[in-house]
Design a protein around this ligand. Structure first.
Ligand code: E4P
Length: 217
């Protein structure tokens, strides 16, 4: 399973990248706004900086919702760097645009996915990645991990090539469960990635080893 970081924060992207386990980055308009990035030029420049920091696929989301406008915006985003993946919402014009991007060699990430039916449509359109939002599904008393497993089963049975990019990750356990359920990629906040490191017995064991090492010095 590939690891992407889900942020537009450059310090967090650098920290995750330095771990040596980072395969890419996802952003969305809310994450860009959180970093105070304003205006088309600043947004384009921010994506360029992220592409220079991380050698992997970088999702840049369109804010257009009409077919022609999505294509034009996506072309501009894709021109920033060869690693840009155009992130397109799961709407009717979005599906049409994903098909166009797919036919024209531009990678896509179909976002705001909450059902297996949506996953089938995105795969049929040729999406490179599909982003089911695990945490937001959980928030509605449905099981986000079950959705990943269901989509993984369908894609495997049907031979769809679209990669399942589990998004809206809230904790380290989500990452483990996504790996078990067959996600191809997990995009996570830095805290969830670092949460994978933690186990109290590791801390207790290390403290004991370091204490005993003093006896052998
Ligand atoms: C990623 O591509 C999504 O935009 C993101 O994971 C959404 O996460 P949230 O539900 O925590 O906002």
């Amino acid at each position: 399973m590939k690891f992407f970081i889900d942020t537009a924060n450059l310090a967090q992207i650098r920290e995750a990248n330095e771990l040596g386990i980072l395969d890419g980055v996802t952003t969305n308009p809310s994450l860009m706004a959180k970093e105070g990035i304003k205006g088309e030029a600043a947004i384009m420049n921010h994506y360029k900086t992220i592409c220079e920091l991380v050698d992997g696929d970088i999702s840049a989301e369109v804010i257009s919702t009409e077919y022609t406008a999505i294509i034009e915006e996506g072309k501009k985003l894709a021109a920033i760097h060869p690693n840009i993946v155009v992130k397109v919402p799961m709407i009717k014009d979005g599906i049409k645009a994903i098909k166009w991007f797919s036919d024209n060699g531009i990678k896509t990430n179909c976002t705001l996915v909450f059902s297996a039916g949506q996953a089938i449509l995105a795969a049929k359109a040729g999406a490179t990645y599909l982003s089911p939002f695990i945490g937001r599904v959980d928030d509605t008393n449905w099981d986000g991990i079950d959705l990943i497993a269901q989509i993984a089963n369908i894609y495997s049975l049907q031979g769809f090539k679209t990669q399942i990019l589990a998004a809206s990750i809230r904790n380290a356990l989500h990452i483990v469960k996504c790996a078990e359920a067959g996600a191809d990629v997990c995009t996570c906040p830095l805290d969830s990635i670092l949460g994978l490191l933690k186990h109290p017995l590791t801390d207790i064991g290390l403290a004991k080893f370091l204490e005993d090492a003093k006896k052998t010095a």
